[in-house]
Structures are given as structure tokens and as C-alpha cells.
Design a protein around this ligand. Sequence first.
Ligand code: 9MR
Length: 667
Amino acid sequence: MTPPRVSVHRARRRFTALTVLALVSTFALPVLSASPAAAATPLRTLAAAKGKFIGFAAATSPLANEAAYRTIAQTEFNQITAENAMKWDATEPSDNSWNFSGADQIVNFAVANNQAVHGHTLVWHSQTPGWVQGLGATAMRTAMQDHITTLVGRYASNTALQSWDVVNEVFEENGSFRSSFWYNTLGQSFIADAFRYARAADPDAKLCINDYNVEGINAKSTAMYNLVQSLRAQNVPVDCVGFQGHLATQYGFPSDLQQNMARFAALGVQVRVTELDVRILTPRTSAKDTVQAQYYTNVVNACLAVTACAGITIWGFTDKYSWVPDTFPSEGFALPYDSSYAVKPAYTAINTALGGSPNNDTQAPTTPGTPTASGVTSSGVTLSWTASTDNVGVSGYDILRAPGTSGGSFTQVGTSTSATFSDTGLSANTSYRYQVRARDAAGNTSAASSAVTVTTTGGGTGDTQAPSTPGTPTASGVTSSGVTLSWTASTDNVGVSGYDILRAPGTSGGSFAQVGTSTTTSFSDTGLSASTSYRYQVRARDAAGNVSAASSAVTVTTTGGGTGGGCSVTAAVQTQWSGGYVIQPVTVTNTGTSAISSWTVTFTLPSGHALVGQWNGVITVSGGTGTAKNANYNGALAPGQSTTFGFQVSRPSSDNSTASGFTCATP
Ligand code: 9MR
């Protein structure tokens, strides 16, 4: 039996009125063949090694009836959320008449498989029976207390049950409180009461507030941030914030997810991704699978980067059982396993991001086309070929070379991430054969292409005249790790084909070794040590392989690594209203040539303005001056790198001014 799939969401992003029962048709799958089940290290093993949980939302029917579903559920996950079985309509369909069958089934499964259970969800406007919705204020508060006390109390001594969504989806998209029957009957106080009742029923469980479209920093997540801050200031037991994570590839990835998690973490709460899925527009294609996989990677990386992120729950795991197609017509395929329980690139992505080396993909890329040669000189050639294709994407090509027109063996002479490669350092008037082969991210390798034979020019031209000596290089753009060299060109009777760049250590002594080549009269060297001297010479080559004398040397001393940092700052008013505003993002950029480890932004707060919230920085206000120092995780910036922080201010309602005069300094 399929689990109940009637969506009653009312405000999902960019959709209104979406109680649509879409047909779950068999979409054409143009590219994808089912891969065998993963022979990879299970996600739960990898996640546990990182100190995180990885979970899924369980549907009771397949958990009871399908061996394939149960096997993946036990093997891959160490956490379970009941997709529907612990909701009010399932557990207390009429007043004080209880049905724990689905909830018990899931908790028992979790106990048997050493998995944590997240209880979902106690107080929600959806999937709550009509008998609750119609109550008056006093009776409704009592019903809420009874429901929480009984349901939470039932599992309070069960160590598998570790956390609860106490209130779910209490905000509108603009950050105001959702106009639900809870709010309309009881006012905002229902939230604090629900947390207090839950704490009384289970003093050990982590108590969470949960919502969707709060993954990035926006009006809704900022309202949630302010609420959590204010509840905790009043000793209301809010321990945890859940970001549902119902993502869709057509809306882009919320790139500030990590920063958003970090600002909540700075309030002292645990954070978690509670309902992750990444839907795509049908039909499914391998290109869309790749984008989806990247979203999963990004979410895992964000959680790994934030210590307070306890883990990630995926909203199901197989496309066979997902709420998406029933709710969003023409969307689906949101989960890491397909409807036949074969892993998708999203699975590989999650596994890889958790530190695994999933071995599930055994399909090699197609054989690349035979290379064609162009730009043949006495010492080099450029090869191009028709690209390979691959089910999970080609990650690169190996270039193989054999001597002569036949015989000899092929050895690898280079790699390329595009379908072209230039080989250099060849002998004049000599033949070589080239083949290419493709690799994918899982390490599968294609067959080698057919070979192309290339014969370099030059040997028979009789040109023995070397180019003139290049001018002494001049250095510019000296940083702590690099320099750009320019020189006056050489001339040659048949034309200069390129320059060799030679480098020696120090201001004298040592020997010159070639560090690069250039076909122009400039070259940038990188990877140098700070506060260190080097000497550079250049020499010219012609197509026949004749080489000029080396130029005179220029001495270059790199700048110091520990100083030279500077920063700039820009600030934006994200939103404002009579009585307050949000400055977000304040972007701090390292404009120096060396890394900085801390920064300080100062700004002016008009009189009567007061700081009421802040994230990703540590802000103090004295007189009319705000001083923001980096948080402990965003002080280090490489040259050119930026980070952001933000804050919220209250102001007199008659006042339209905002904070101004932002300046940045290091440290
Ligand atoms: O996946 C759940 C689906 O089976 C139910 O029909 C639906 C009812 O609203 O709820 C789905 O789960 C929701 C979760 O409980 C709260 N956040 C949004 C989820 C997707 O709608």
C-alpha cells in the first residue's frame, strides 16, 4: 500500500494552491540504465565517522512489506523520521483515542537496527484532525498538552527516540506568524507552551522547531532566528532548529545554507537538515541527475562544515515513495535511489561527500574519437578529439604516446579535462603516435582511441640560426607567492616559436632550471615562497629547435606573507520596515596580497538605533559606533576571498535612516 499522499501545504515557494494529485506516470528515461546496488561503504558508516547522522523518512507500508526497502533502510541509514506515522491524525485521530501502530513499528525497527528516531511532528497546522481545529482556546491548549504528554511520554524512556519536531512550519514566507488555527486561537504562546510540555514529557530529547524555505538567509529564516533567540532568552527549551531542505533544481541552490546554519549555531542550538530532497523537472536526464547530485553534495558539505549540524535526514530514499510527484506536477525523481532501488548519482554524491569512495558505477565512458593533429612544429603538436560520454560524467582524458610509426609501446604523457591537449618537448623531424582514453569520477576507464601518427617538422629545413637573445625580463605584479615577467621579443630568420623561462634560487649562486614556457613575451610564475629572492632568465626557441642564449637575469623578491593584508567592506540593506531593518550581506573582502586571519568592521549607528540580532560576526555597540569582529570560523581570508555577516537593528518608527560609514581593517 502506498502511504497517504495528500499534500496540504499552502505556501510553498513559487506555488500557490497546490493540492494537485498528479499522475505518477512512467516517465521515459532516455539515458539511464540501472546500476547495481552500491558496493560502497554504507552512508551510516561514513556519517558516523564524521560524527553526523544520516537518516531517511520512513513510510510504514514498504518498511513492513518490501525486503529491498528494508535492506537499504537498515544498511545505509542510522536515523529514521516517520514520514507520517507520528503525526496527530495518525496517532490521535479522535480525542484521547490513540493508535501507535505505525509509530511503534518505526521505533521498533530503529531499535533493532541501532538507529536514532526523530519524532515528527507534535504541533502542526496540517494533518491535524478537525476535532482539534474546532476547539476553543482553553480546550485547545489542553488538547495540545495531552497530545504532547502522551505521545512524547510513550517513548521518553526509549533511547532510540532522541529528538522531536515540537512545532512545524509556524511562519509565512514573509516572516510573520502563519495564520493557522493554532495561532489564530492561542496566539504566539502556543509555541512556547508546546516546548515546555515536550520538555516535561521527555527531559532528554532534543526539541526542535522545523520549517521549509529557511535554508538560506531570508525574511522567513530571519524571523525564525529572532524567535529562537527570544525563546531561549526566556528559558523556553528550544534545543534545535530543523531546515527541511525540500530543494528544487530549477530554483538554484541556497548558497548561504552554511552561513545560515552557522548563525543559528551561534545561538547555541543544534541544527539539522530534516527533510532533504532535490526534485527535478521531468523527464529525468543524466544532466539533471548531475545537477541534483551536486545539490546533495552541497548540503552534505554545509553540514560537515558546521560543527553544530547533527546530521541530515533525506525525505525518503527511493523515487518509488516520494511526496513530490503527488504535489508538484511535472516534477519528481528527488531522491538518491530510483524506483527500482538502484543508486543514482545523488547517492554517489552523498557517499563521496561523506568521505566514501563509492564503487557503484562500473560503466566506463565511451571510447573517444581518433585524435586529429594541428599546429605541428618541430617540437610540439596539438591534439583534439571527439568527447566521450558517460553515465556519471567524464572526469578527464589520458593522453598516450608511442614512438615511431609502428611498434614501441604507448605510455601516458599527460592528462586533460577537455577534448584537446598540446604536447611539447618533441624532437624535430620525428614521428609519434597518439591515443586518448577517457576516465569517469568512479575511476572507470574507456578503451583507448585509434591512434593518430604525427611527424614533427624542422629536421630537414637546414635552419641552424638561433633566435636573438631576449631582453632582460622585467618583473611586475610581485606578490607573496608570484610574479609576472615581461621581456623584449627575440627575432629569428624563420620565426620564434616560444620561450623557456629559467629560474635560480636567491640573489646569486644556485643554478637555473626551466620552470615554464611561453609563446608570448610574458610569463607568470606562481607558487613562490613569501619574502624570498629568485632570479629569472628567458631564452627563445625557433621552429627548427634552435635555442638562443639566455637573457640577463632579473632578481625578484616576493613580498612578506604575514603582512600586506587589507580589507574592504560593502553593506546592503536587505529589508526594512517602520521600526527596523536588516543589513545583509555585509561583505568583507581581503584586498591584500597575503592571507588575513581576522578582520574588524566599524560602522555608525544613528541615535536611537539598537542592535537586536546578528549572525556570522561578533558585534558590539558603543556610543554610536558598531564594531563587528569576525566569528571564529570566518576570520581567515585568502587574498581576494570574501565572507559575509549580517545584523538586525531596531529604530524609532519615524526614522528612515540605516547604519552607514562601514570601514574595514585588519586585524
Ligand atoms: O511526505 C509527507 C506526505 O506523505 C504527506 O502526505 C504530507 C502531508 O502534508 O506530508 C509530507 O511530509 C511533509 C512533512 O511532514 C512536513 N514538511 C513537508 C513535508 C512534505 O510535504
